[in-house]
Design a binder for this molecule. Structure first.
Ligand code: C5P
Length: 403
């Protein structure tokens, strides 16, 4: 089985003698189905030629931060966003120190700083350098920040010493890279995500809508693809580009959204992140409504309930694992728990839209996930991209572990 099927890996190659093993590592990662792009530091290039890694990865090697031609082809931010995982092998003591400090003075360190993807390091250095207090402190700091540390192994070293500091072998590194995706794997799953607002027409020129930007739903679609899922994203009107490898279906009203979701069934997992209008005007006027002097300063608009998309799909016989959102401005957890029950959900994600830094249209989010046992798990405030990855990992673990 290709454990890294369609995974996008940025392989960072630092300046250590173990860089000769990176060539083999590119092969092993590709054997597992990964697409690999190599970023080399200046030091890395002293030990192995970019041409070797270009030939093995099938792509030009990325080297310079300030090279306009390279930036035009695939810039550092693009590369940071492209990656599902950044694996640095070999990671030298110097690279670890720079990463620990957040220094971004070359392409590789800049990409690491700019990415939302998990980062793994395969340290490789002389045993005394590895044991040094500074290196150990940097290693602990990076682990505490969530970076994965692969190795180092113990044994004889190129310099003649014996001890901890050898880089792990290519096979081991490829397996560990695959393990990074294991827990959160949605490989082979069909995930249906609703996103954005809906628009409910009043007449040909007016409609009722809400402040939803769609950012959370789109970030979830991207994270689900990275976790290996086949993703259908049904979205109301938003101004967002379609994430790579996502099947996007644009809709306008709640009833359109329900029809599109029903057509996309069956799915294994439904995440309803759309802010669906609860009501729509009972009749949509054929012509633009005119001011009516007979009603004075007022006007009455008769509204009717929209179907509940999430509840409808969660009621079906082929019901998917169902995750809803509860965006509230008060009594957040109470309302969320009630919705979980009323809509027959597996999980509900509560988010406090009264807080302007995490509400509608903001770049960040902070959420509490509530399950059927009313257990709560909170994810601290961070970018919607990071929250989406954490949420997808959480959901995938539940989905994969259900009876
Ligand atoms: O009941 P409320 O609108 O607060 O529920 C929010 C959750 O239900 C969200 O996950 C939202 O996407 C979903 N929903 C829906 N169809 C509706 C209303 C809400 O799918 N008509």
């Amino acid at each position: 089985m290709q454990r890294l099927y369609r995974k996008r890996i940025v392989l960072g190659v630092g300046g250590g003698i173990a860089a000769y093993k990176s060539a083999e590592l590119v092969r092993r990662l590709r054997d597992q189905g990964a697409e690999v792009r190599v970023v080399m530091t200046q030091g890395g290039r002293e030990f192995i030629t970019p041409l070797t890694l270009q030939a093995l990865s099938g792509h030009p090697v990325h080297m310079d931060l300030l090279d306009p031609a390279a930036e035009a082809a695939m810039g550092h931010i693009e590369l940071a966003k492209w990656a599902d995982l950044i694996l640095i092998a070999p990671a030298t003591a110097d690279l670890m120190a720079r990463l620990a400090q957040g220094i971004a003075n070359d392409l590789l360190t800049t990409v690491v700083l700019a990415t939302d993807a998990p980062v793994a390091l395969a340290p490789a250095m002389n045993q005394a350098m590895w044991r040094d207090e500074a290196t150990q402190a940097n290693s602990q700091l990076l682990i505490a920040r969530g970076l994965h540390m692969f190795g180092p192994a113990s044994g004889s070293q190129a310099c003649g010493d014996v001890g901890l500091g050898r880089m792990l072998e290519a096979d081991d590194l490829a397996q560990l890279a695959a393990d990074c995706f294991k827990r959160e794997s949605l490989t082979g799953r069909h995930v249906l995500i609703t996103a954005g607002p809906t628009q409910e027409n009043i007449d040909p020129v007016r409609y009722i809508t809400n402040h939803s930007s769609g950012k959370m739903g789109f970030a979830l679609a991207e994270a689900a693809v990275e976790a290996g899922a086949k993703v259908t994203l049904v979205t109301g009107p938003v101004h967002l580009p379609t994430p790579d490898r996502v099947n996007r279906i644009d809709v306008v009203s709640a009833r359109d959204m329900l029809a599109a979701c029903e057509a996309a069934m069956p799915c294994d997992l439904l995440i309803a992140a759309a802010a669906v209008a609860d009501y729509r005007p009972e009749v949509v006027a054929q012509h633009k409504l005119k001011k009516d002097p007979s009603t004075g300063d007022g006007m009455l608009l008769q509204m009717v309930r929209n179907p509940d998309i999430l509840a409808t799909l969660a009621q079906r016989e082929d019901r998917p694992f169902s995750v809803g959102f509860a965006a509230e401005t008060e009594k957040l957890l109470d309302y969320a728990a009630r919705k979980l029950k009323d809509k027959n959900l597996d999980l509900i994600v509560a988010n406090d839209v009264a807080n302007p830094t995490i509400g509608f249209n903001s770049e960040e989010n902070a959420i509490t996930i509530i399950d059927r046992d009313l257990q709560q798990n909170s994810l601290a405030q961070t970018s919607k991209g990071k929250i989406a990855r954490q949420l997808i990992a959480f959901i995938a673990e539940r989905l994969n572990n259900q009876a």
